[in-house]
Design a protein around this ligand. Structure first.
Ligand SMILES: [Zn+2]
Length: 438
C-alpha cells in the first residue's frame, strides 16, 4: 500500500474474489469509504475467459494489462524480460547524449558514472534480479562513457572494466559492478529469511515454500517461480557468509554494501599510493592522470608502437631516451629538473617525492603540509603529461622553472579553495617559508 493505493492478491477463483469484495462492502458500510471503480483495475493470470468475464461483471472494475508500473518499477506475473528493462538503458543513453556535447575530463566522467549512471538501475536492482543482458549493457554504457565520453564504442579502454570495480585502496576506481551489486541487493532477502525477520513476506515464504525445511538445505522445486529460484541461487553464493545466524561472523546486520564487498572479495594487497592519488584536496583531473601513471596506462610512445602505430621513439621532452612510463615520470632529465625545483620549494629531497609511498615518510610534517606535498606531487605528474602532449603537437618545451611555477600556482589556488580560514599558526609559518599566500 502506498498513500492511497491498495493492492490485494488472492487465488484466481470466483469465490476468493467475491470474499474480498464482500469484505470491502463491510468496510465501506463501517467507515463510509468506498472504492472508486473508475480508478480500480483487475489483473489476472491463468484464469479461464468465462471466469474473468463473470468476475468483471460482478466487481465492475475494468481489466488491466500486465505488466503495469507501480512506484517506478514494472509489476509482472512473469520474469522481467530484456524488453521490460530497456527503459533503464534508454534512460542512460539519454543522459549520456545530454553530456556528449560538453568536453568532460576523465575525472568528470568518473564522477558522473559513479553518481548518476551507476545509480539509474539501483531502484530496480533492489527489487528484481535483472536480466544478464541488461546488466551487461548497463556496464558497457558506463565503460564506454568513461573512456570515450559517448555511448558509441570505438576503441579499446585504457584499463579493463573488471579490474576497476574494487575499492580505491586496492588501486582501482571504486566503480560498481552492476551484476554483483544486483546479487548483493537480493542477498538482503536471503538475510531476512536467514535471520527470520518479522516480515509478512518471510511468513509467506515459510508457509508456501520452506514448510519447516532449514533454509540452507532447501531446494526450490521446478514449479517454483523464476524469481524465487533466483533468490535460492543467490542464497548459495552467500552460504559461506552466513554462519550460526551471523553475517560474516559479525553481530552486525547484513548491508548491501557489506554483501557487495564480500562477493567482490576486496582481499588483494592495498597499494601504497592510494592516499596520494585519491586525496580529496587534489584537483580530480590530476588524480585521474596520476592513477593512469600508476597503472602504466597512459598512451606513451612505447604503447603506441606496440599497437603498430608509426610514431617517434625518443622522448619529446629530453630527446635522449625512448619514451615509456618509467622514463617519462622518473628518469627523464626534464622531469628530474622539475622534481628538484619542486623538492627545493617544499624543503624535501627529490628522491623522496618520487616514491609512491612518500606520504608515509612525511609523518613528521603536519597533516596540512602533507596534503600540500601530495598535491604538488600529483600536480607534477599531471603537468609533465600535459607538457609532453603540447610538445608532441606543437614542438614547444617550456623550461622546468616555468613548469614548476605553474604547479605552484595550481597548488596555491587549490589550497586557497580548501583551507582558507582554517589555518593553524604552525601551518601558516610553513606557508611563509614556501611563499604560499593564503
Ligand atoms: Zn625524456
Amino acid at each position: 500500500m502506498f498513500v492511497d493505493d491498495l493492492h490485494l492478491f488472492c487465488k484466481g477463483d470466483v469465490k476468493s474474489i467475491f470474499i474480498i469484495m464482500e469484505t470491502f462492502k463491510r468496510f465501506s458500510s463501517t467507515s463510509g469509504l468506498t472504492i472508486n471503480s473508475e480508478k480500480s483495475d483487475f489483473y489476472c493470470n491463468r484464469m479461464s475467459q468465462h471466469v474473468v468475464q463473470r468476475v468483471l461483471q460482478g466487481i465492475g472494475f475494468k481489466k488491466g494489462e500486465l505488466p503495469f508500473k507501480y512506484l517506478g518499477v514494472k509489476i509482472s506475473h512473469k520474469r522481467l524480460t530484456k524488453i521490460n528493462c530497456n527503459v533503464l538503458v534508454d534512460r542512460m543513453i539519454a543522459r549520456i547524449r545530454g553530456w556528449k556535447s560538453r568536453k568532460i575530463s576523465y575525472s568528470g566522467r568518473l564522477i558522473l558514472v559513479k553518481s548518476v549512471l551507476s545509480t539509474i538501475h539501483n531502484h530496480w536492482s533492489q527489487i528484481f534480479v535483472l536480466p544478464v543482458s541488461i546488466m551487461d549493457r548497463i556496464q558497457a554504457l558506463c565503460k564506454t562513457f568513461l573512456w570515450e565520453g559517448s555511448d558509441n564504442y570505438s576503441r579499446s579502454p585504457l584499463v579493463a572494466w573488471n579490474v576497476l570495480c574494487m575499492d580505491n585502496e586496492h588501486g582501482v576506481l571504486g566503480l560498481t559492478d552492476s551484476k554483483i551489486w544486483n546479487y548483493a541487493t537480493i542477498g538482503k532477502l536471503v538475510w531476512w529469511v536467514t535471520s527470520k525477520q518479522d516480515h509478512l513476506w518471510i511468513k509467506w515464504v515459510d508457509h508456501i515454500y520452506l514448510k519447516g525445511t532449514p533454509w540452507f538445505q532447501y531446494e526450490p522445486t521446478t514449479y517454483s517461480s523464476w524469481a524465487w529460484r533466483k533468490v535460492c541461487q543467490i542464497k548459495t553464493m552467500f552460504q559461506n557468509g552466513y554462519t550460526n545466524g551471523l553475517w560474516n561472523g559479525d553481530i552486525k546486520e547484513y548491508t548491501i554494501s557489506s554483501g557487495y564487498n564480500w562477493l567482490l572479495q576486496n582481499t588483494g594487497s592495498k597499494v601504497p599510493w592510494f592516499k596520494i592519488v585519491w586525496n580529496r584536496y587534489n584537483v580530480p583531473k590530476w588524480n585521474f592522470t596520476m592513477w593512469l601513471v600508476q597503472q602504466k596506462r597512459l598512451l606513451t610512445l612505447d604503447r603506441l608502437r606496440k599497437w603498430g602505430m608509426d610514431v617517434p621513439i625518443e622522448c619529446f621532452l629530453c630527446g635522449q631516451a625512448p619514451e615509456d612510463h618509467q622514463h617519462l615520470f622518473q628518469q627523464c632529465r626534464f622531469t628530474q629538473q622539475c622534481l628538484q625545483l619542486l623538492a627545493n620549494w617544499l624543503g624535501l629531497s627529490s628522491g623522496l617525492l618520487l616514491k609512491p609511498e612518500c606520504h608515509l615518510r612525511l609523518r613528521y610534517l603536519s597533516a596540512y603540509a602533507r596534503k600540500v606535498c601530495s598535491d604538488a606531487v600529483v600536480g607534477l605528474y599531471y603537468r609533465i603529461w600535459r607538457c609532453r602532449n603540447v610538445c608532441r603537437l606543437e614542438g614547444y618545451v617550456p623550461t622546468p622553472t616555468l613548469l614548476v611555477l605553474q604547479i605552484q600556482e595550481d597548488c596555491n589556488r587549490q589550497i586557497q579553495g580548501c583551507f582558507k580560514g582554517y589555518m593553524k599558526h604552525t601551518d601558516s609559518d610553513w606557508n611563509r617559508l614556501r611563499n604560499i599566500n593564503i
